[in-house]
Ligand binder design. Structure first.
Ligand SMILES: Cc1cc2nc3c(=O)[nH]c(=O)nc-3n(C[C@H](O)[C@H](O)[C@H](O)COP(=O)(O)O)c2cc1C
Length: 200
């Protein structure tokens, strides 16, 4: 799979199969992410790779899923994530708010690699941060920034392209049909691409 395919196929997955994610794969993803772009190359990020079922069971209740359709986007019992990568930020390495861009680059790298390895993922920011920090015994010098839920996908959400005239915030809510299939509207290429000059 090439990078373009991985980028187009990636969807947030919120239902997972029972197969365990090899710990070595998470290590491979983190090894790639640590070489990602970093503002002033300060590299404020660290990662906790979680595969242990006991730790997973503690993290799961700290996460909130798919706010627009809650609780219908929650993983059903037996379909919870089978791994997590928790992204930590070191405040003393940060340059203003720049570390947040580093997080975006790192997580996109990991999510694309996950797709290429047949895994699904969901970036989660609706997190009980103090609780996760406690569970993972994160030292005070680091902040929990994000949780990436991972596993072999138990659902395959679809992208639905909006029309160029579909503007505003009324059109962006993902939805599920009667069979529970998840659809994600994306703004049309013509609505977001400007050639040479704005509006061109
Ligand atoms: C910064 C950020 C925070 C997010 N937080 C959550 C979250 O807390 N819970 C959740 O279920 N999804 C979360 N998502 C996933 C978005 O809901 C998802 O990306 C969006 O619905 C578009 O779907 P797609 O990822 O399939 O394109 C988050 C995504 C981003 C980029």
């Amino acid at each position: 799979m090439d990078v373009s395919q991985a980028a187009r196929q990636r969807r947030s997955v919120r239902s997972f199969g029972p197969q365990e994610v090899p710990a070595g794969l998470l290590e491979e993803f983190i090894d790639a992410a640590r070489g990602g772009p970093s503002a002033a190359n300060r590299q404020p990020l660290e990662y906790v790779a979680v595969t242990d079922p006991g730790v997973r069971a503690e993290i799961y209740p700290c996460l909130k899923w798919a706010a627009y359709i809650a609780p219908h986007g929650d993983p059903q019992p037996g379909h919870e994530p089978t791994a997590y990568i928790v992204v930590l930020r070191r405040a003393d390495y940060e340059l203003g708010g720049m570390a947040l861009y580093d997080v975006g680059a790192a997580l996109q790298t990991i999510m694309l690699l996950a797709v290429a390895k047949g895994l699904g993922s969901c970036w989660i920011k609706s997190v009980n941060y103090p609780k996760v920090a406690g569970i993972l015994q994160v030292p005070k010098s680091l902040e929990v920034d994000s949780v990436l839920a991972l596993g072999y996908p138990g659902e395959f959400p679809s992208q639905v392209d909006l029309k160029p005239e579909d503007a505003g915030l009324e059109v962006i809510k993902y939805w599920r049909d009667e069979e529970g299939r998840h659809f994600v509207p994306k703004r049309a290429l013509a609505a977001v691409l400007h050639k040479d000059r704005y509006g061109g």
